[in-house]
Design a protein around this ligand. Structure first.
Ligand code: OVM
Length: 407
């Protein structure tokens, strides 16, 4: 058996187009739109020999693959490594990297802790924090929007919501970068991220235990489920780890990309200012337009077919969520950012049983930031060049100098 990047190589069906591209090359990760356009144009599936994977970039097939958890499993990893053949870099997530029936139990516990009702009480605190941060930024001639707002806001509110006793901004942000870069091949981005493991992994693991979490937080809700016998104590710690894996870099990226969309489209910002109730639809459009998580993989656990094309057991399929979100077969003028588009069915939170369990919390965070922005900032202007940061699974800004003109 021939292996590459921890999964089996395979002979693709002759009717699947072969494309000699590296989806994880730096230039593609920084500016992926041309790659997505060609991926969609070449067919519903393409074979990428460089990593011996299939890739899906059209909306319909990407959605179908993502929605079919029994043929396209997560338990073999949602990156290039197939957990059937090798040890993953960390113990697998017991909600992300798992299938039913195991998934059903953990998902239920997480969904309860993150339900609209459970998180409704966070709204006021989110809003106050957004006011405090944005008020200070308005005073400045210009600022670094990724560090000073996109990171500052989630790192101020999220660890506190989880109930972390001591937070560490750098480690939380870098852990997110590790988790997402780990889904790609053993390239520079993955290796640079993995070099941080000795410092960060023990810290993260230590932060997830019961005694490091306050009474009222989301973490305590998970441990309450352990008290009720729904999960074990060790499983509770693993679910708290999932908060820290999935809850920081994603929302940091969402805020950075929202600011980028609004600075790039002043007319759309005018609409948001005129009607702050567009904050939520605006965020959905930011998600569709920028797709913070650009790619997750699935693994075929049986010989099967997609769009009439044969897919062998063990095949990794890269699902380019960001490409599905830009597919002109699904969206009118997909390359246009419109705050009032209301892009129902976008794939940025995934689809099916693994659809983002934290999406309501993400929306609450972005609602706070975008509402306060609309109410207090007249104009959002670039004060320098926005620079993207390559990551094997996240499309995020690295730096973005901005200016807020007071309303
Ligand atoms: C996790 C997790 C969940 C969702 C996304 C994610 C790769 C991680 O449970 O660790 O990022």
């Amino acid at each position: 058996m021939n292996m590459i990047e921890g999964h089996m190589t395979f002979e693709p069906s002759a009717d699947i187009p072969v494309w000699d591209v590296d989806p994880y090359a730096e230039d593609v990760l920084i500016d992926p739109a041309p790659y997505y356009a060609e991926l969609r144009a070449r067919g519903p599936l393409v074979y990428i020999p460089k990593w011996s994977v299939l890739a899906s970039g059209r909306y319909e097939e990407t959605r179908d693959i993502f929605s079919d958890h029994s043929r396209f499993v997560s338990s073999r990893g949602v990156g290039l490594n197939d957990f059937k053949y090798g040890e993953p870099w960390r113990p697998p997530s017991i909600i992300l990297e798992v299938d039913p029936p195991d998934h059903t139990k953990t998902r239920k516990v997480m969904a309860r802790a993150l339900s609209p009702k459970a998180i409704a009480g966070l709204k006021e605190e989110f809003r106050r924090t957004a006011e405090m941060i944005i008020e200070q930024l308005i005073e400045r001639e210009s600022f670094e929007a990724i560090a000073d707002l996109a990171e500052a806001f989630p790192v101020a509110v999220f660890p506190k919501a989880v109930g972390m006793v001591d937070s560490d901004r750098r480690r939380l942000v870098d852990y997110g970068a590790m988790v997402f870069n780990a889904l790609g091949p053993d390239n520079k981005f993955r290796r640079d991220a993995m070099a941080m493991a000795p410092d960060i992994v023990p810290w993260i693991t230590g932060a997830c235990t019961r005694d490091r979490l306050t009474k009222g937080g989301l973490g305590a809700l998970i441990y309450a489920a352990a008290d009720d016998g729904e999960v074990t104590e060790a499983e509770a710690a693993m679910l708290v780890r999932s908060f820290l894996s999935a809850g920081v870099d994603t929302t940091v990226t969402g805020i950075g990309s929202a600011l980028w969309c609004l600075a790039s489209n002043p007319g759309e910002y005018e609409k948001l200012k005129a009607d702050a109730s567009l904050a939520r639809p605006c965020f959905e459009e930011v998600l569709r337009f920028t797709s913070p998580v650009h790619t997750f993989a699935r693994t075929a656990n049986q010989d099967t077919e997609v769009a009439g094309l044969r897919v062998a057991e063990g095949t990794k399929i890269l699902c380019a969520l960001a490409s599905a979100n830009l597919d002109p077969q699904k969206w009118g003028d997909p390359e246009i950012f419109r705050v009032d588009r209301k892009p129902v069915g976008h794939m940025a939170f995934g689809a099916g049983i693994h659809g983002c369990v934290g999406q309501n919390l993400a929306r609450l965070e972005l609602e706070a930031v975008l509402t306060v922005l609309a109410e207090t900032v007249e104009r959002v202007e670039f004060a320098g060049e926005a620079v993207w940061r390559p990551n094997n699974a996240i499309h995020a800004l690295d730096r973005m100098p901005l200016r807020f003109i007071a309303r």
